[in-house]
Ligand binder design. Structure first.
Ligand SMILES: Cc1ncc(COP(=O)(O)O)c(C=O)c1O
Length: 452
């Protein structure tokens, strides 16, 4: 098995960093200015996690491409970490937004379009009742609140190294001994997550049964395929067991499709016939305009209505003045109607297959102990020879230095990957030539590192 030299990796990283500085003088200048008014020079904390030592500033984005202020062009395989899975500024969404802007942006009252959206969500995901939020984080928070309210149970259960947004109860992991602990860098939690949450490994049916059998868990919150510590597929029979055990112990099953909507128009849920009690989704469903939704069953809807004190409905912890605003609804209607269509998936999945084949061909050529996994139009390569079965195994395979090198090498040659891991998302606006270019650059980064 080929090995690379760690000292060489550090040296290469330095060279890539220099190249990055040379090619981005205007971004650097803007970053220095931004640092005087924005904490860390960025509008949002995690933007400091890009591979370069400062973020590139974007000039304009359209489809699967964007340009920075230094006039560099990029192929975008990050797509706003799924927020722009549709491709940037899809025409139908932009037109709908432009029209709606002239007719009111937010009112706390519905327009007729919202009914079309509710009916479309029913059709796609199979759940009868829907509510709106502004972010997937909120959709998850609200679903968890409803589950706790309806079951009268205090706890939730999540899987090790999941990510469902900045939902307090989910920021918990297992340490190497398998003991739960707050996720490292969990910033100022109002309550220790060990009091609210059970955390177990994905794909571990025995641990699931043990955790649920105490009958104190209101909800299991899970992605149907884990995507936030790389792609981890469920083992055969896992979803059946998950559904069976949650029913057996009276626990609600919340499926978060925010990333797995990459599978098909109704997410993994529709493609694989899952039957969640709640389904949550945000990010790309309005073409990048902030909106999220959560759906639930008839039974939950009835129980919720029965327990709701209407006079206090606005202060019960499920809220958001701008949730369901007219602009977001119009963007969502256009995106669901004209953008995230069957055709969209057919094309982007076919391109993703090409992308994955390209990465695989390089892995094979250099006999690397790496693999690449795919889910719909999303793929992820790993620095380990076999697919991880759970979050703990996936976490152990992370090599931050190697990640940084691969990302920066790609970025310096006009390819943007998702910053937190080696994920590539494909929108249909990507050309086959873009995919081939990625394969070429990926090969070059590997041959440079392994010293061809
Ligand atoms: C599966 C999943 N759910 C929810 C979220 C939260 O989305 P947002 O940050 O838009 O609230 C994320 C964010 O990455 C996610 O990956």
């Amino acid at each position: 098995m080929p090995e690379f030299n760690r000292a060489r990796l550090v040296e290469l990283l330095k060279q890539e960093e220099q190249l990055f500085h040379q090619n981005h003088p205007k971004s650097y200048e803007l970053y220095q200015r931004a640092r005087k008014s924005l904490h860390g020079g960025v509008p949002m904390l995690w933007m400091v996690r890009w591979a370069g030592s400062f973020p590139i500033f974007v000039k304009a984005a359209k489809g699967a491409h964007f340009t920075d202020v230094d006039r560099n062009d990029y192929i975008d395989f990050c797509l706003g970490d799924t927020g722009a899975m549709t491709g940037h500024s899809p025409d139908a969404t932009v037109q709908a937004i432009q029209e709606q802007m002239q007719k009111g942006i937010t009112l706390m009252l519905p327009y007729e379009d919202v009914i079309w959206v509710g009916e479309e969500l029913q059709r796609r995901f199979g759940l009868p009742y829907w509510q709106f939020a502004l972010t997937a984080t909120d959709a998850n928070r609200f679903a968890l609140r409803m589950a706790r309210l309806l079951t009268g149970r205090p706890k939730i259960l999540v899987f090790n190294y999941c990510y469902h947004g900045s939902v307090d109860e989910t920021l918990i992991v297992l340490d190497e001994e398998g003991t739960s602990m707050p996720r490292p860098n969990n910033m100022g939690p109002q309550i220790d997550p060990r009091l609210t949450t059970k955390v177990i490994e994905f794909n571990d049916i025995a641990a699931l049964e043990t955790a649920l059998s105490a009958r104190d868990v209101a909800a299991v919150l899970t992605e149907p395929v884990m995507t936030n510590i790389g792609i981890i597929h469920p083992e055969p029979g896992y979803h059946d067991a998950l559904r069976e055990l949650t029913r057996k112990y009276g626990t609600h099953l919340v499926i978060d499709e925010t990333h797995t909507i990459c599978t098909g128009p109704g997410g993994y849920t529709a493609s694989f016939g899952l039957q969640p009690d709640f389904l949550t989704i945000g990010k790309p469903i309005a073409g990048g305009v902030p909106v999220a939704v959560y759906g639930f069953t008839e039974e939950i809807s009835q129980q919720f209505s029965a327990s709701l004190a209407v006079d206090d409905a606005d202060v019960g912890g499920i809220g958001g003045t701008l949730a369901g605003n007219a602009l977001a609804i119009s963007a969502m209607k256009a995106t669901l109607q004209d953008v995230l269509t069957r055709k969209f998936y057919d094309k982007s999945i076919q391109l993703q297959e090409l992308f994955t084949e390209g990465v695989e061909s390089v892995i094979k050529e250099f006999e690397l102990p790496w693999i690449v996994k795919r889910l719909g139009n999303r793929s992820e390569y790993w620095f380990r020879p076999t697919p991880p079965k759970n979050g703990g195994e996936a976490f152990a395979a992370i090599d931050h230095e190697l990640d940084r090198y691969m990302h920066l090498f790609a970025l310096n040659r006009g390819i943007l990957m998702t910053p937190f891991h080696n994920m590539a998302l494909i929108s249909p606006d990507i050309y086959e030539a873009d995919v081939d270019f990625h394969t070429k650059v990926f090969r070059e980064s590997v041959s440079t590192l392994f010293g061809e």
